[in-house]
Ligand binder design. Sequence first.
Ligand code: DGL
Length: 265
Amino acid sequence: MSRVLVFDSGVGGLSIVQSIQEQAPNVTIDYAADSGFFPYGLKTDQELKERLPMLCAALVKEAQPDLLVLACNTASTLALDAVRECVDIPVVGTVPAIKPAAEHTETGVVGVLATPGTVRRQYLNNLEKEFASKVKVLRYGTAGLVELAERYVRDEVLSIDQFETAISPLFSKENGEDIDTIVLACTHFPLIKHQIQNACPKHVKKLIDSGEAIARQVIKRLKEEKPSNSSRNGRALLTGGRANKVAYSTVLEKFGFLRVDIIDL
Ligand code: DGL
């Protein structure tokens, strides 16, 4: 059986876990959250560049997966190559779904919801240049929406107003009233897709994320690999000490991770 390690700063990568489970139920998944360093979207590029390669190498050493999924746009758009250099297994990254959104829009205006880190990336400029040169792309970075996703999966009662407040600046931008397609360019956001859709103005017809495409890529890459013999159930690894075990265990259990270990990194 193949083992995959899905990694994010917090609970966002669980949206990718769901997509992989749907398409590849036989793959064993371990989950790792850098909960001690969350949120990535508010960290400097330098901080993330220093931390990510070393952290991912240590997590891979601990979990021994056949493949690593960097289930975080903020990390992938900055350090995917550096992480690949530090591990000896394939790494699947998370790329904002600019291409399908540019193909889908009818008004020619696409909105991108991401973290403050992701919206300033050169990586995003390159994607736009390559796949969206004929459409207008409006970006908005929101750490508030990430926070709402973290609270939602912990069963906090949240109002539609909170979601509206978090995303409304996207629609106040020039041409914002013409956005018909939105890219959910943060893995936390598919977890609150319904709430985001409800909080969007009526002219928004479609929200697109990368979950399905990543799951397809995982399956393709695993076929090329020799599966490991390890048969233990998936577990979750967390940074940041015991307090995070308390904060995460119930959520992780809901997604099937019954064993949660703290890793000192
Ligand atoms: N889930 C992460 C992403 O896809 C980032 C959330 C955060 O730590 O700010 O970008």
